[in-house]
Design a protein around this ligand. Structure first.
Ligand SMILES: NC(=O)c1ccc[n+]([C@@H]2O[C@H](COP(=O)([O-])OP(=O)(O)OC[C@H]3O[C@@H](n4cnc5c(N)ncnc54)[C@H](O)[C@@H]3O)[C@@H](O)[C@H]2O)c1
Length: 287
C-alpha cells in the first residue's frame, strides 16, 4: 500500500511524521509503525521514496526490508515525498535529515535549518500571516499598567509586521507607549478605540494581555465582527469549550490537557510535545 490509497492526499491527521528516510529515519519510522503507531515517512528525494514504497530500503540494514514490507502492507507506514503534507498531518515530528561533517570537522546543519523553516511555514497555517488582517488585544506586560518594557507584544508585533500582516490593535492604556516604541512601523498599524473595533474584519485575534475588559467581551458579537474564527489566547483567560461553542477556533496556552496519545508519547520519550501549533491540542508550555 502507498499513500495514494488514503483520501485525497493519502495522509491523515494525528500521526507521527519522520522526516528524512536515511539510515536513521527509515529504521526509526518502520520501528514506530511496528509498535503500532501510524507513521508517515517523508523524504524530499523521490529517488529514495520510490524504492521504499515498493518495499526496498535504499541501503542495507539486517531485517529492514522484511519489516518495511510488513508495515507497508498493514498501512501503518506511509512513505511520501510530499514533505509539507506530512508535516501538516503530523502531531509529532521526528527530524532525521542529514548533518554531514564539514572539512573542519563541524556539523553542516544546512538540512536541519531547511527543514526547520519548512516546519515553521506549515504550522497549521497560523503563522502564515502575510497579507492577513490580525487583531491584537493587549500590549502591556500585565493589566493595569502602560509598561511595555518586559512585554512580549513589541516583539510579536514587529515579527507579524515583518511577515506582512496588517494589525488592528487595542490596549486600554499602553497605546502611546507602543506608538513611541514602534514609530517607524506605525503606518502599518491601526490603533483601535475598543476591542470590538480591533476584531473587525480580523482573520485571527491574538490576546496578549489579560485586561479584565477582555474577560467580559460579548463573544457572539466578537465572532460576528471577525472575518475568520481563529483566536489565540496568549494569556489563557478564556474557557476553551465556551470559545468553541461561540464558534471560535481556539488556541490556548499553558494547559495541561493534551491528546492522550501525545501524553503517552511524551511520557515514553520524555519530550515536550511539539504540537503546540495544533488548535485542538493544548500543551503546558511551562512544564
Ligand atoms: N547513520 C548513523 O549511523 C547515525 C548514527 C547516529 C546519529 N546519526 C545522526 O542522524 C541524523 C540522520 O543521519 P542519517 O545517517 O540518517 O542521514 P542520511 O544522509 O542517511 O539521511 C538523511 C535523509 O534526509 C533527507 N532530507 C534532507 N533534507 C530533507 C528535507 N528538507 N526534507 C525531507 N528530507 C530531507 C535526505 O534526502 C536523506 O534521505 C544525522 O544528524 C546523523 O548525524 C546518524
Amino acid at each position: 500500500m502507498n499513500v495514494s490509497h488514503h483520501g485525497q492526499s493519502g495522509i491523515q491527521p494525528g500521526k507521527i511524521a519522520v522526516v528524512g528516510l536515511g539510515h536513521v529515519g527509515l529504521p526509526t519510522a518502520v520501528g514506530f509503525s511496528s509498535l503500532g503507531w501510524d507513521v508517515i515517512g517523508a523524504d524530499e528525494d523521490p529517488a529514495k521514496v520510490e524504492p521504499i514504497k515498493s518495499g526496498r530500503a535504499p541501503f542495507f540494514e539486517p531485517g529492514l526490508d522484511e519489516l518495511l514490507q510488513k508495515n507497508l502492507a498493514s498501512g501503518k507506514f506511509c512513505p511520501t515525498s510530499k514533505v509539507e503534507e506530512a508535516i501538516r498531518a503530523a502531531s509529532v515530528i521526528f527530524i532525521c535529515v542529514g548533518t554531514p561533517q564539514r572539512e573542519d570537522g563541524t556539523a553542516d546543519l544546512t538540512q536541519v535549518e531547511a527543514i526547520a523553516r519548512t516546519i515553521g511555514r506549515n504550522l497549521n497555517g497560523l503563522w502564515q500571516v502575510s497579507g492577513k488582517n490580525l487583531g491584537v488585544l493587549g500590549l502591556a506586560f500585565k493589566p493595569k499598567t502602560d509598561d511595555i518594557r518586559e512585554a512580549p507584544s513589541l516583539k510579536i508585533i514587529s515579527t507579524l509586521l515583518k511577515e506582512g500582516a496588517q494589525l488592528r490593535i487595542h490596549d486600554p492604556c499602553a497605546v502611546p507607549a507602543v506608538q513611541a516604541a514602534l514609530q517607524p512601523q506605525a503606518g502599518k498599524i491601526t490603533f483601535c478605540a475598543s476591542p470590538y473595533d480591533a476584531a473587525r474584519g480580523a482573520e485571527a485575534l491574538l490576546l496578549l494581555t489579560e485586561w479584565d475588559e477582555y474577560r467580559l467581551l460579548d463573544l457572539g458579537c466578537l465572532r460576528g465582527l471577525m472575518q475568520d474564527t481563529v483566536i489565540i489566547d496568549g494569556r489563557n483567560i478564556f474557557d476553551p469549550d465556551e470559545m468553541r461553542n461561540a464558534g471560535f477556533t481556539y488556541v490556548g496556552m499553558g494547559r495541561k490537557r493534551v491528546a492522550p496519545r501525545m501524553e503517552k508519547m511524551a511520557e515514553v520519550f520524555q519530550f515536550r510535545p511539539a504540537a503546540m501549533h495544533r488548535p485542538n491540542v493544548e500543551v503546558d508550555l511551562n512544564a
